[in-house]
Each structure stands twice: as structure tokens, then as C-alpha cells.
Design a protein around this ligand. Structure first.
Ligand SMILES: Cc1cc2nc3c(=O)[nH]c(=O)nc-3n(C[C@H](O)[C@H](O)[C@H](O)COP(=O)(O)OP(=O)(O)OC[C@H]3O[C@@H](n4cnc5c(N)ncnc54)[C@H](O)[C@@H]3O)c2cc1C
Length: 467
């Protein structure tokens, strides 16, 4: 029987990063993945393919709507070749997952393809296509991730009533895509198909889209999406989703309790994701799950069984690839006797719509709830030369800082390239910068990053220069 210092079940961003860090720290490491490709949800059916389709559809929209204004004329009709678009996306996924295979072999990590299930606290059975194998490990990390969740009355048929996984490989552009859930995944994929020509209706239970983020971001994104002619049905409680031939009929109650019926040809159910522990046989090792089916862990991500840890989407916290990665690194370093730390308040959140939305730290709503005395500095993208040059004028940067100490408590932004710009907010907050610290740093001109400096100036005695 093969023996390891550490065995990791699941090869998503949590699992594969944990494996690399364990190997770097000198541990004999194995990783077990039930699918034939490594990389988990993120690389196969999540972050990477969705961004590939967002990029392709963005190019198409630019070509149709904006090229002429830029002085670029394309003779003849500009058409979408969806098959090619999906094939390019798959090419990106294949290249990326192969990259993980390379990293596993470079770091001398043994990869097992099969379903991993606990035999006991130190043994994992691997059910492969061609039989069973058991390995022994001193420590085991559960990194089995998550799966799309649904509502109890919805029957996901994977043809017309679909999850994000199917939405990433449709064979036709929907005529009318109904998206249930106005969160990150629904809005990103909704925008892909809107750009490609579908009518898109979002049905959201809460009174705003991207409910977890700062209210100002929800408001601005809703404004832009309405301009893009995405229909937002807020405060709508979906009560049935039925398929009739090629039609999908969604019924919901609006705020006043009136029934609203939407008829489309596809319905994307994006109401969140649930932790995935099926087939893991956690009971055999005595590992406890919490009341929401997540693996229960302490602040060191250790389960109730001392040599078993869990990371990523399968434990509490934001379901984000970079959160899973940080946790993978943390557990590896704990196993090596180090004392790492994650500040969960500083895990940024990003929505890759256009304009992009990104945030780190506390929202204004949270600060109010916590009774913190804060000040706000906000700067609109449209006041930037860079934004006008590329015609990306929607959005703003908003900085929240402590009223007395000027320490930055939250950075919230919507606009072009905010997914990348938020790193400045994270860096500043990681070093406990004040708004004035940011405002005194030189920001290259012309860039979108100047909005961060200007928002910091606005938070520092209302000193923005360009507005
Ligand atoms: C459409 C979409 C877009 C997204 N976009 C982003 C984004 O832009 N940015 C971001 O940060 N996050 C994004 N996410 C979320 C992100 O994908 C997850 O947070 C991340 O993948 C979680 O990583 P993980 O390692 O915990 O689990 P996963 O990536 O889910 O990986 C778990 C792996 O474990 C395997 N596994 C499960 N059980 C077993 C078993 N018993 N034996 C062997 N293998 C097993 C699974 O097959 C899977 O490969 C997106 C998700 C979706 C669906």
C-alpha cells in the first residue's frame, strides 16, 4: 500500500494548491480527483470557462456596437459562431487543466484518478474505472468543493432548465434566457448571452442584485444592466419552473403578491452552490458535518478528527477560488509546523460583468450595523481621461475609511478593469493604510487606477482633484 505524509481529496484550486505547497515543504503528497481532468470547478466549469465566454462575447458586442464609433468598419454582417466560441473556451480549459497536470508532476505529487472515500481516519479508498486501491496518509485534506444547488420544486433537466455547467456549453443562443438568481454567476452568464443577442430576464428574491455587496454597487450595476436591456425582476419569489416542449415557464410572486409569468426557451438556475461530500464516506473517519452539510472546521481548518483538515467550498466562508487557494496554503504550512494566518475580511470579491464589480473589506451597510464612525470618498470613472479614451465611463470607486484614524475599512468599485484594480485596495488594507496613504501614492496617468487615488483624496478632507 502506498503511504503518504498527506493525501488530498479533490483537485480544485484548494486541493491542487494545497498539494503544491505540501510538496514544496517536503511532504510526500498524493492528490485524488474523480474526474479525468484536474482543476475542479474553477478550471473546468467555473472561473476560467466563464471568463473565456465573457471575453469572447465582449469582443462581439464591441464589434457590433462600438467599432464604428472607433472608425473601424467591417463590411458585411458580423455573426456569432457559437460552436467556435465554445470550442475556444474548451481550448482554454484544456490548456489550463494540462498546466495543473504539469505542476503535479513538477512537484512530484502522485495523482490518483478515482473517487476518494474514507476507509478510516488514515486510509482512503480510491474507486477507479479499473478497480479499487487504498492509500495510507498521516494527514488528509478534504477539498471536494461544491455543486450547483437548486430549489426543491425545480427539476433541472440539463437541457432547457440548466445550471451554470450546461450554460457554459449551449449549442444555440437562447431567444429568451430566464436567470433565476441575481448573484455573481447568474449575472455573468446572463450578460454573456445578452451580448450574443438573447433576451435576458433575471428573477431575484431580494430587492437588489449582487445582494452581498455594498448597496451602491448593486444600484450602479442594476442601472447599467437596465441600460443594456437586461430585465431585472427584483423582490420576486419564484414558485414554479415548468418545461413544456421547448418552452420554460417560470412563475413568481412579486413584492405585492401578484403572480408574474415569464416564458422563455432556457432557464438558468443560479441560486447558489452547496458543499459536496457525496461518496466521501466522511462518517467512516468520524468527520462531522455542520447543519448546512459543510465539513465542520476550527480556525486552523482542522476537523474534529485531528489529522483531517478541510478547505475551500466544502467549508464555511465565501465560495471563491482564491479563498480556497489561501486555505490550501494555510493547511500545508500548519502541517509543516508554521503559523500562517488568513484575514477573511481581506478576501476580495469580484463580479466579471462589464463593468466589472470588485470589493474588499466592510460594506457601508456592515459599518452602519457595527456602529463604526466612517467617512466616504467616491470618484466617478467618467471623470478619468483613461475612461473617456476607451469609452468605459460607467461606475465609480468608493473608499470607506475610519472617521477618526483614516484607516481604510472597505474599497468598493465598479468600472472597467476593477477585477484587477481591487488588488490595490487589498494591499492597502493588508498594510492597514489610511486613505491619505493611498492619496499620496503616485498613480500612473492615464489609468483607471487614478480613480482609486481620487476616491482616497475624496475621503481625505474631500480633496479630489478632478471633479
Ligand atoms: C460558473 C462559475 C464561475 C465562477 N467564477 C469564479 C470566479 O471568477 N472567481 C472565483 O474566485 N470563483 C469563481 N467560482 C467559484 C469557484 O469555482 C470555487 O469557489 C472554487 O472552484 C472552489 O474550489 P475548491 O477547491 O474548494 O473546490 P472545487 O473547485 O469544486 O474542486 C473540488 C474537486 O473535488 C473533486 N471531488 C469531489 N469529491 C471527490 C471525491 N470523493 N473523490 C475525488 N474527487 C472528488 C471534484 O470533482 C472537483 O474536481 C465560479 C464558480 C462557477 C460555478
Amino acid at each position: 500500500m502506498n503511504q503518504y505524509d498527506v493525501a488530498i481529496i479533490g483537485s480544485g484550486p484548494g486541493g491542487y494548491v494545497a498539494a503544491i505547497r505540501c510538496a514544496q515543504l517536503g511532504m510526500k503528497t498524493a492528490i485524488i480527483e474523480k474526474y479525468s481532468t484536474l482543476g475542479g470547478t474553477c478550471l473546468n466549469v467555473g472561473c476560467i470557462p466563464s471568463k473565456a465566454l465573457l471575453d469572447s462575447s465582449h469582443h462581439y458586442e464591441d464589434a457590433v456596437k462600438h467599432f464604428e464609433e472607433h472608425g473601424i468598419e467591417i463590411p458585411g454582417e458580423i455573426k456569432v459562431n457559437l460552436e467556435q466560441m465554445i470550442a475556444r473556451k474548451q481550448g482554454v480549459v484544456d490548456q489550463t487543466t494540462k498546466g495543473i497536470e504539469f505542476l503535479m508532476s513538477k512537484n512530484k505529487i502522485d495523482v490518483y484518478q478515482g473517487v476518494g472515500s474514507f476507509k478510516d481516519a488514515t486510509h482512503v479508498n480510491i474507486t477507479k474505472e479499473d478497480g479499487e486501491e487504498t492509500i495510507e496518509a498521516k494527514n488528509i485534506i478534504i477539498a471536494t468543493g461544491s455543486k450547483p444547488s437548486s430549489l426543491p420544486f425545480i427539476n433541472i433537466d440539463k437541457e432547457r432548465i440548466i445550471t451554470s455547467t450546461e450554460a457554459l456549453k449551449l449549442k444555440e443562443i437562447p431567444k429568451h434566457l430566464i436567470v433565476i438568481g441575481g448573484g455573481v454567476i447568474g449575472l455573468e452568464l446572463g450578460q454573456v448571452y445578452k451580448r450574443l443577442g438573447a433576451e435576458v430576464s433575471v428573477v431575484e428574491f431580494m430587492d437588489r442584485i449582487i445582494p452581498g455587496m455594498d448597496g451602491a454597487l448593486s444600484k450602479e450595476l442594476a442601472k447599467v444592466m437596465k441600460k443594456q436591456k437586461v430585465k431585472l425582476n427584483l423582490s420576486h419569489k419564484v414558485k414554479s419552473v415548468e418545461r413544456k416542449g421547448d418552452e420554460v415557464i417560470v412563475k413568481a410572486d412579486d413584492k405585492k403578491g401578484n403572480e408574474v409569468t415569464l416564458t422563455g426557451d432556457y432557464c438558468l438556475v443560479s441560486v447558489g452552490r452547496k458543499p459536496y461530500t457525496e461518496g466521501l464516506n466522511a462518517e467512516a473517519a468520524g468527520v462531522k458535518l455542520d447543519d448546512r452539510g459543510r465539513v465542520e472546521v476550527n480556525e486552523h481548518l482542522q476537523t474534529n478528527v485531528s489529522n483531517i483538515y478541510a478547505i475551500g467550498d466544502v467549508v464555511k466562508g465565501a465560495m471563491l477560488a482564491h479563498k480556497a487557494e489561501e486555505e490550501g496554503t494555510l493547511v500545508a504550512e500548519i502541517l509543516a509546523g508554521q503559523k500562517p494566518h488568513i484575514d477573511y475580511n481581506l478576501i476580495p470579491g469580484v463580479v466579471y460583468t462589464w463593468p466589472e464589480v470588485a470589493a474588499v473589506g466592510k460594506t457601508e451597510e456592515q459599518l452602519k450595523e457595527e456602529g463604526v464612525d466612517y467617512k466616504v470618498g467616491q470618484f466617478p470613472m467618467r471623470a478619468l481621461g483613461r475612461a473617456r479614451a476607451s469609452m468605459d465611463i460607467d461606475g465609480f470607486v468608493k473608499i470607506l475609511a475610519d472617521k477618526d484614524t483614516d484607516e481604510v475599512l472597505g474599497v468598493h468599485m465598479i468600472g472597467a478593469r476593477c477585477a484587477d484594480l481591487i488588488a490595490e485596495g487589498v494591499t492597502a488594507m493588508e498594510f492597514r493604510a489610511s486613505a491619505e496613504d493611498i492619496s499620496r501614492m503616485s498613480h500612473a496617468h492615464p489609468t483607471f487606477a487614478e480613480a482609486v487615488k481620487e476616491a482616497a483624496l475624496a475621503a481625505t478632507d474631500d480633496r479630489a482633484l478632478h471633479i
